[in-house]
Design a binder for this molecule. Structure first.
Ligand code: BMA
Length: 308
């Protein structure tokens, strides 16, 4: 197994949350000073989502804040576009601040909000950085030729859901968008793919742990795979692993709010060359596993397929 599940999974469930929620899943992750910060999504009991925060010293045992961290805004333009909930945060550290991208749901569709924090004590909304219909936006933790770069996943009726890249000088205005990776027909990720964890810099390229979906008679199966982007030009994908790295297998991944789902929004590289990958199990609980970063990069080259 390339990803070793932690024996104490799930690491966070609704029972650990000091306010009423139905689920704890799809968490963005980052290390801030010596703390592992987890921003997790929860369904409220009305079916709409909010984002909570948990902190850990070891990456496995988390303490949850008494109050949610981001709830739908009651002010300005954000109020209109977050009315149905905020979901699936991703965190990137760049230029001394943490950027949090999240899905903002409303009657107008799903678009992406960008919020910033320096300390995870307070958080400020910056801008809504896409129109509808976008999900899964992750910002690279480094600039390329002076520009921020993000992976995103617009929806299209014509072509299957695929991974695109866009650039920005200021985080507000994005452009030069390009399709860089597509699903493969009759393959584990044939129905849709989307960016997952914030990309991890390695000597051989940026490691992108993404999710892929396969349709079955019993609904969709969400799995994780890996792709490697060029270090200097993230639009160029060097290799895409043919086989998934993680699929739903534990009971809390196979059954729950949405069965047969492992879905990642965050992974934390460690100084010893390992990475802790965090995933939501069945849209219900949070799980963690470890992998070796070099092995994940090797995996990208295993029967590597074309990205397009
Ligand atoms: C996707 C998103 C994720 C979710 C997954 C499985 O479309 O909604 O937040 O984890 O479906 O339900």
């Amino acid at each position: 197994m390339i990803v070793k599940r932690y024996s104490g999974n799930p690491i966070l469930t609704k029972k650990d949350i000091p306010y009423p929620v139905a689920t704890v899943h799809n968490a963005g992750m980052v290390k801030h000073n010596d703390d592992y910060i987890m921003l997790f999504r929860s369904h409220n009991l009305n079916g709409r989502s909010i984002i909570g925060k948990a902190v850990s010293k070891d990456g496995y045992n988390f303490e949850v804040d008494k109050e949610p961290f981001i709830i739908p805004s009651t002010e300005g333009v954000f109020k209109e576009y977050e009315a149905f909930g905020v979901e699936d945060p991703r965190i990137s550290f760049i230029d001394g601040e943490y950027l949090i991208t999240y899905s903002a749901y409303s009657q107008h569709g799903v678009r992406i909000g960008l919020a910033k924090t320096k300390d995870f004590k307070s958080v400020e909304r910056f801008s809504l950085i896409t129109e509808a219909d976008y999900r899964n936006v992750v910002i690279f933790p480094e600039k390329f030729n002076g520009l921020y770069a993000r992976l995103d996943r617009p929806h299209s009726e014509i072509s299957p859901w695929a991974i695109w890249i866009s650039y920005s000088p200021d985080l507000r205005y994005w452009g030069d968008s390009e399709l860089i990776m597509r699903p493969v027909q009759y393959h584990w990720d044939e129905m849709k793919i989307g960016p997952g964890a914030t990309p991890i810099k390695t000597p051989r390229g940026w490691l992108n742990i993404y999710h892929g979906v396969f349709p079955t008679m019993a609904g969709s199966v969400y799995r994780l795979g890996v792709a490697l982007h060029d270090l200097h030009n993230p639009a160029k994908i060097i290799a895409v692993g043919d086989e998934w790295i993680l699929q739903p297998e534990d009971t809390h991944e196979i059954t729950g709010y949405v069965p047969n789902v492992v879905f990642t929004c965050g992974a934390i590289p460690e100084p010893d060359g390992s990475v802790k990958i965090y995933w939501g199990g069945a849209d219900t609980v949070m799980c963690v596993g470890t992998a070796n970063i070099e092995e994940l990069v090797d995996h990208c080259f295993k029967n590597s397929r074309s990205a397009l």
